[in-house]
Each structure stands twice: as structure tokens, then as C-alpha cells.
Design a binder for this molecule. Structure first.
Ligand SMILES: NC(=O)c1ccc[n+]([C@@H]2O[C@H](COP(=O)([O-])OP(=O)(O)OC[C@H]3O[C@@H](n4cnc5c(N)ncnc54)[C@H](OP(=O)(O)O)[C@@H]3O)[C@@H](O)[C@H]2O)c1
Length: 328
């Protein structure tokens, strides 16, 4: 075999590795470490803290001295995570409380228990999510993606704000960190069909994107109503992260995507950095209503700060959750 042939074969063999490496560098981007502030004395609720990004955020917040409440649906899984975080951080103030965002009753029960046992909350990390609705309709009759990713968090936050009685002094501030995704950008809510019930409307990626747009509009409206009352809401995009989020994606495409995610995507620890930044910064007012990616606050796209849509979504959500009697 001549030298040119050997070199040619070597080049062809190396090409896929080089392509993968470039792709990996591109997708992972340039993560930035969050500010190093400690979180002693802070009470932080993290929904879906039993796996993926939420679990990594919980570990880092516990390491910095916060009291962390994992609000999760699977008790056995969450208790194991609590023990592991306590062991790794020597912080005994890590707890699990039951929360199934697919049930508005469960959200109300969680808030009742939480306020009785822990008093006030300083930061709510609305992290739990799913990307596909294997069972579209569930006990509340709403689309699973819309309810778990957005509506359950809307109710949770609204009830906790009422109990937290926030104010502008540093001790009374309440931070709300809403997990969203880049997928929010290319979407539009249909206010006559928020649950994607119309024939042909449901699409795995589109429905997920709309639930994440709802989270951004929720952030916009929270700031509009509450920023001058000491509630600072921010949206976080964690980047493309290798977690369980893709576990229900069906078919061969789902299998390929899961494999690719393991090789190309960020780790949950990197995905959690922006959440930690938002819980730890001394100037949360500068992050208000912004989208944080790689620990930097960016402007939200027009679709996410459309005040008319944000207000409309807010009042429809209040109606669906029957909030009138519970909050002013
Ligand atoms: N991974 C990414 O590339 C990416 C990109 C953009 C945005 N995000 C967002 O980041 C957030 C965290 O996702 P992840 O990537 O860490 O995925 P993950 O590993 O699947 O974690 C999702 C968490 O949500 C919990 N959850 C699901 N349904 C729930 C329910 N009904 N009630 C309470 N908790 C529920 C899960 O609980 P179980 O452990 O019991 O299943 C799990 O702890 C999500 O909001 C996601 O949309 C992720």
C-alpha cells in the first residue's frame, strides 16, 4: 500500500471524530462559572430536584449553605438524592417534600405543608419538566407538557408569593427562576387552544416549545406585577444538556437523539450553572425579566415580552387554577 493511500485512509477514518469534536465544542459552547457567593440562611425550593439539572443545582446550592427543599413526585428517588447530597456536602438541611405538578391538588398540598414546616421561601426554582406527553390527558384534564412545565409552576409560584409576603428589603426578596428553553422562540400561543387539543395542533417539539414560551411570558408578567414589590423573576436557558428529558422520545429518532446527547451535550452540572448564578447574585434586580444563558442576562425575544399575551395568559391561568378565592 502506498503512502498516499495510507494517508487517505487515515484521513477518512479520522474525519468522523473531527466532525464530532467540532460539533461537541459548538453545542457545549463556553460555559461560565457562576459567582461564588454563599447562600447560608436562604431557603430554596427546587422542583424536579431528583434528577438532571435540578439535582445538580440542588447539590451546588446545598454546598453553598442553603436550606434546599427538593419538590419531587417520586419519593424513593428523591429521598436517595437527599441522602447523597447530605453526604457530599455535610449540609443536613436538604429535604424532600412531595409535589406532583401534574395535579393541581398536589401543588396546593405541597404549599400548605411547606409553609407550615419551613415558613418563608427565598428562591423558587421552577425546574421540573417533561418534553413529551406519553399520556396527553391526565387527572386534571390538561395537556401534561403544558401543566407540568408551566401551569403547575404558575399555581405553585402564585400561592408561595402570597405566603412569602415579599418586600424590597434584602431579607424579604423573593427570587423566581423559571426554566425555559431556546425552543420558546419559534412558537406562538393559541389562547383558544392552550392545551393543543385541536386536530393536528399537537406536536412533540412544538407543544414543548409552547410550554416554554408560557414560562417566559409568565416571567414577564411576574415582573410587571411584582418587581416593585420585591419579587424578581428570571428565565433560564440551560443549553443542550444530557439528562432524562429525552427518555420518552419515541422511535429511532428518539434513540439516536439520546445517544447523540450523551456524546455532544453538556453535563447536568454545567446546565445548572445559570440557575446557581440567579440564586446567588447580589443584584437580582438586574436580572429581572431577562433570559439567563451561560450566567449572563440577555434580552428576551419580542414574542416572550409581549405584554398583552403575558397578561392574557396570566388571567386565563388564574381561571384554570381557580385562584380568585385564594389570592387578592
Ligand atoms: N436537558 C436539556 O437539554 C434542556 C434544555 C432546555 C431546557 N431544559 C429544561 O430544564 C429543566 C430540567 O430538565 P432536565 O433536562 O434536568 O430533565 P430531567 O432530568 O428529565 O429532569 C426533569 C425533572 O422534572 C421532574 N418531573 C417531571 N414530571 C414531574 C411532575 N409531574 N411533577 C414533579 N416533577 C416532575 C422529573 O421527575 P422524575 O425524576 O420523577 O422523572 C425530573 O426530576 C426542564 O424544565 C427542561 O425543560 C432542559
Amino acid at each position: 500500500m502506498g503512502l498516499p493511500l495510507v494517508l487517505g485512509c487515515g484521513f477518512l477514518a479520522a474525519l468522523p471524530c473531527v466532525v464530532l469534536l467540532v460539533l461537541r465544542l459548538y453545542i457545549r459552547g463556553h460555559p461560565v462559572a457562576p459567582i461564588k457567593n454563599r447562600l447560608d440562611g436562604r431557603v430554596i425550593i427546587i422542583t424536579g430536584g431528583s434528577s438532571g439539572i435540578g439535582r445538580a443545582a440542588a447539590l451546588e446550592c446545598a454546598r453553598r449553605g442553603a436550606k434546599v427543599i427538593l419538590a419531587c413526585r417520586d419519593a424513593a428517588k428523591a429521598e436517595a438524592v437527599v441522602l447523597s447530597i447530605r453526604r457530599k456536602t455535610s449540609n443536613e438541611e436538604v429535604h424532600f417534600r412531595q409535589l406532583d405538578l401534574a395535579s393541581l391538588v398536589s401543588v396546593r398540598e405541597f404549599v400548605g405543608q411547606f409553609t407550615k414546616q419551613f415558613g418563608r421561601v427565598h428562591t423558587i426554582v421552577n425546574n421540573a419538566g417533561n418534553s413529551v406527553s406519553p399520556l396527553k390527558n391526565h387527572m386534571d384534564g390538561h395537556d401534561m407538557c403544558f401543566q407540568v412545565n408551566y401551569l403547575g409552576h404558575f399555581l405553585l409560584t402564585s400561592l408561595l408569593i402570597k405566603h412569602a409576603n415579599p418586600g424590597k428589603s434584602a431579607a424579604n426578596l423573593l427570587r423566581v427562576v423559571n426554566l425555559t428553553s431556546d425552543a420558546y422562540k419559534n412558537n406562538k400561543l393559541d389562547f383558544n387552544d392552550l392545551m393543543d387539543r385541536k386536530p393536528g395542533r399537537y406536536g412533540m417539539y412544538e407543544t414543548y416549545g409552547r410550554s416554554k414560551l408560557a414560562m417566559v411570558l409568565f416571567t414577564t408578567e411576574l415582573n410587571y406585577i411584582y418587581a416593585d414589590k420585591g419579587v424578581y423573576a428570571v428565565a433560564v436557558h440551560p443549553g443542550a444538556v444530557s439528562t432524562g428529558l429525552l427518555r420518552n422520545w419515541p422511535g429511532i429518532f428518539g434513540s439516536i437523539l439520546r445517544l447523540a446527547a450523551q456524546i455532544l451535550f453538556r453535563s447536568p452540572e454545567v446546565g445548572a450553572l445559570s440557575i446557581v448564578q440567579c440564586t446567588a447574585v447580589h443584584n437580582p434586580e438586574d436580572y429581572c425579566g431577562k433570559l439567563v444563558f451561560d450566567c449572563a442576562a440577555q434580552e428576551v425575544e419580542e414574542i416572550g415580552k409581549d405584554y398583552r399575551s403575558a397578561e392574557r395568559l396570566w388571567y386565563i391561568s388564574r381561571d384554570i387554577c381557580r385562584l380568585e378565592e385564594e389570592t387578592e
